[in-house]
Design a protein around this ligand. Structure first.
Ligand code: TXA
Ligand code: MG
Length: 330
């Protein structure tokens, strides 16, 4: 794939918006670092982000919004969260908040978690683009996993050139460091990732102490990049299933018609609450987009466990299998 680097203007912002609406990826400038953006409502577009980053693993992504008021569509804004939004947005502050009821952001974007990271960036091209495409944009830093976050279009090209259709260029990122990530989803605010906005800045607005998260004092650290509490079903998960135990639900991949149930019967006899197919056509993007929502749908007390058919360990399949293995262990 040829990667176009286009300087930001009305026309190229329009082109970027068109690509994003069509489910493609675009690297975009923000005031912190360049982000690799996709339509956050489209699970298959979000799956492309993980794929393009290489060595894909499903870490939750930040959702970028055009206006602070838009956050209310997707997350539950507490009073303190509203105060922070009022003071720091647009700007380099990401808040982790509970997903709102009926939130339409892809489950893959938040890696199956019931919280969502949101921010309004303070960069004119990013804001014009967000308004023009009129979509929430999921965007991690626009680099391959394990490499440095890019602060210029050239950095993005060094890392992702050939893997994405377009880089929207608008100079060097003013801040040059990723946003501060603060968990506002529980009663005690906690900074998960330090950034340009400090604990003191936030404490000043909230009128209370704000601490940095210390990974050693809990056994389930909250942020990755740092490390992550993963979504895991409450019933056992069994991998590479070639048939079903009685009472097990089926998470299929490809054709499951001939899958048998021990003691008699077939997968096709199962009810709606016992059977999901990640992708009938064995499309790994589709499977990734469906993974968390389908695990959750099958995670019901009336099911004895979830039997998962084999998924090829290539491309996004590696990330899917990584998550399934974790789910099978817990
Ligand atoms: O400055 C930035 O934040 C840049 C620009 C592009 O906006 N983005 C960025 O995204 O740094 P990323 O994906 O590289 O880092 C997102 C961080 C990760 O540490 C991730 O684990 C955390 O935010 N995060 C996202 N959603 C979360 C959630 N629901 N719970 C806990 N942590 C979350
Ligand atoms: Mg990053």
């Amino acid at each position: 794939m040829k990667t176009q680097i286009l300087s930001a203007n009305q026309q190229t912002i329009g082109k970027a918006a068109g690509l994003l609406k069509a489910g493609e990826l675009v690297a975009i400038p923000t005031e912190t670092v360049y982000g690799l953006a996709a339509n956050a409502l489209d699970g298959q577009a979000v799956a492309r982000i993980y794929e393009a980053k290489g060595r894909p693993s499903f870490n939750p992504l930040i959702i970028h919004l055009a206006h602070p008021q838009q956050a209310e569509h997707y997350v539950v804004m507490s009073e303190p969260a509203k105060m922070l939004a009022h003071h720091f947005w647009p700007g380099p502050l990401t808040m982790i908040l509970p997903r709102s009821k009926g939130c339409e952001i892809s489950e893959l974007a938040s890696a199956g978690l019931q919280t969502l990271a949101v921010r309004v960036p303070n960069q004119k091209t990013a804001l014009s683009l967000l308004k023009e495409c009129d979509l929430p944009l999921a965007a991690p830093s626009a680099n391959k996993s394990g490499s440095l976050s890019p602060t210029s279009a050239a950095h993005v090209h060094d890392s992702l050139g050939g893997h994405i259709p377009m880089i929207l260029a608008d100079g060097a990122s003013a801040v040059g460091l990723e946003s501060t990530v603060i968990d506002m989803s529980s009663d005690v605010p906690e900074i998960l990732r330090p950034g340009a906005i400090s604990a003191e800045d936030i404490a000043h607005v909230l009128g209370c102490n704000v601490a940095y998260h210390k990974s050693e004092d809990t056994e389930a650290p909250k942020s990755p990049g740092l490390l992550l509490k993963h979504y895991a079903p409450s019933i056992p998960v069994r991998l590479n299933a070639i048939d079903l135990e009685p009472g097990e639900a089926l998470l299929a991949f490809g054709n499951d018609q001939f899958m048998g149930i021990k003691g008699g019967g077939r997968a096709s006899d199962l009810s709606e609450s016992q059977r999901r197919n990640l992708s009938q056509e064995q499309d790994l993007h589709e499977a990734a987009a469906n993974l968390f929502a389908f695990m959750r749908a099958l995670d019901q007390p009336e099911n004895k466990g979830i039997a998962v058919m084999q998924i090829p360990d290539i491309g996004l399949g590696i990330a899917i299998n990584d998550r399934l293995k974790r789910a099978a262990q817990s």
